[in-house]
Every structure is written in C-alpha cells, then in structure tokens.
Design a protein around this ligand. Structure first.
Ligand code: 13P
Length: 257
C-alpha cells in the first residue's frame, strides 16, 4: 500500500526558536498519538528553511513516522555556488527529504524542468527522497492546458528515471492558483488531476509502480478542507504551506485521513 503523507512547507517563515518550538510541539503530539495508530498510518515531513534543518532534524531524531526535509537543493554536488546548499549537506544535516520544483522556485528563480531533473538525480544519489512538485497556473487551467502542462513537467522532470529510482519519488500536485490564495482545488479537480498523474505513471512504468506512488495535493489545504480532499482515492495526503505553521492546525490535518 502506498504511503500517506502530510508534509509542512514552512517556506521563508519562522525564526529558529519559533521553528524549533513548532517542531517540538508536533513531536509531542506524535508521541501522544503515534502516527501508526492513526487512520492510514500517515507520515509527516517538515520542510524547514535550510538554516533550521539541522536543529529540526536533531529534534525529530528517531520519532517514528516523522522526518525533516529541505525546500531546495543545488543540482551540482559541491563547489563555487555562493548561497546554495547541496544534497550532501542536507543529508549530513540529518534530513531525508527535499522539495524539487516548488512553484515558487519555478516562478521566482526560473527553475525549469531540465534543471529539476538534475536536482532530482543528485537528491537520489545522496539518498534523499525527492518530493517533486508540479502544477499549472490559472491561465493554463482556463485555457484547458493543465493536463498538458503537468504531463510535460513530469515527462521532463521525472520520467527518464529508472523504475527503481522512480519508486523513491513522491509527487506533489500544487495548482499554482491555489497556493496561498485561500482558493482550494475542489475535491473533484484534485482527484481528476491525481488520477491523470497516476495514469501517466502507469503508461510510463507499470500498474504496480503507479499504485505505489504517493501523490500529495497542495494549495490552501487546511484542517477544514483536508478530509474532503484526502477522501479521494488518488489523493494520498497534502503538502501544506500556511496551515503548517501552527502545530494545532497541522496536527489536525494529519487526523484527516
Ligand atoms: P499554502 O498551503 O499556503 O497554499 O501553500 C501551499 C504550498 O505551496 C505548499 O508547498
């Protein structure tokens, strides 16, 4: 059975002490409500700012079902790339996940799928689990190009991976028009796209790989709407922005399966 995951993307928010408090409050919740006792036995990932990563990964320690992740990594292993962080640094900080291709990286930093393919490759080389983000902007949806856009993102970014490599990937569908806007995709829109993505994986790899791939939804997902989104067959959890910054709300979302 594929993994259910609720991941928090803290983006560029929280001072270190605030981030540590948030992580510690979440860990305290998980100690009281072990994730394996919750419906769907979900996992949690905390995608922190890179300067918080080591502290949060240390705080998470061996807490079952919880892990830390970075929001980005460079496509090169090391070198003269001032201001960047490498997959190896992320791994050495004790994190096990990395976001690749978040829409904010695509739009503000011009990251293209060819580059994201390289980031995915290096993340896998260092044993990180890439959470590969895809999704269309509003104009593309209005012009009914959203399926083509997502197909192209996945084909270039991921579908060159071997089946074994691909089996380590998590996909996050984040329609850009739903990110930080308070406008959530309807459960039908989310399910339709997730089913489409799973079908693409089936065509590229096989049914088993498609069945085993975790596909998360992101975009104004919160404690109020998570249950109706997660109730869909192909929605395996969420990548949460704003609502991941409060421990109570984030922990309420994990109970939504
Ligand atoms: P919001 O939940 O704030 O819309 O952000 C979603 C997101 O971008 C998560 O990566």
């Amino acid at each position: 059975m594929r993994k259910k995951i609720v991941a928090g993307n803290w983006k560029m928010n929280l001072r270190l002490e605030e981030g540590l408090k948030l992580a510690n409050d979440i860990i305290a919740f998980v100690k009281e409500h072990p994730l394996k006792s919750l419906k769907g036995k979900p996992e949690m990932i905390l995608f922190t700012p890179s300067v918080h990563l080591s502290s949060v990964a240390t705080a998470v320690g061996q807490t079952e079902g919880v892990s830390a992740g970075a929001q980005n990594c460079h496509n090169q292993p090391k070198g003269a790339y001032t201001g960047e962080i490498s997959a190896e640094m992320i791994q050495s900080a004790g994190a096990t996940n990395v976001l690749v291709g978040h829409s904010e990286r695509r739009s503000y930093f011009g990251e293209k799928d060819e580059l994201l393919a390289e980031k995915t490759k290096i993340a896998l080389e260092y044993g990180l689990r890439p959470v590969f983000c895809c999704g269309e902007v509003l104009d593309e949806r209005n012009e009914k190009k959203h399926f083509d856009v997502v197909r192209k993102q996945l084909e270039t970014g991921l579908f060159w991976l071997s089946e074994k490599e691909f089996s380590k990937i998590v996909i996050a569908y984040e329609p850009v028009w739903a990110i930080g806007t308070g406008v959530t995709a309807t459960p039908e829109q989310a399910q339709e796209m997730h089913a489409f993505i799973r079908q693409l994986i089936k065509e590229k790899y096989n049914s088993q790989t498609a069945e085993n791939t975790t596909i998360l939804y992101g975009g104004s997902c919160n404690a109020k709407n998570a249950a109706e989104l997660f109730a869909n067959e192909d929605v395996d959890g969420g990548l949460i922005g704003g609502a991941s910054l409060k421990a109570d709300e984030f922990c309420a979302i994990i109970k939504s399966f």
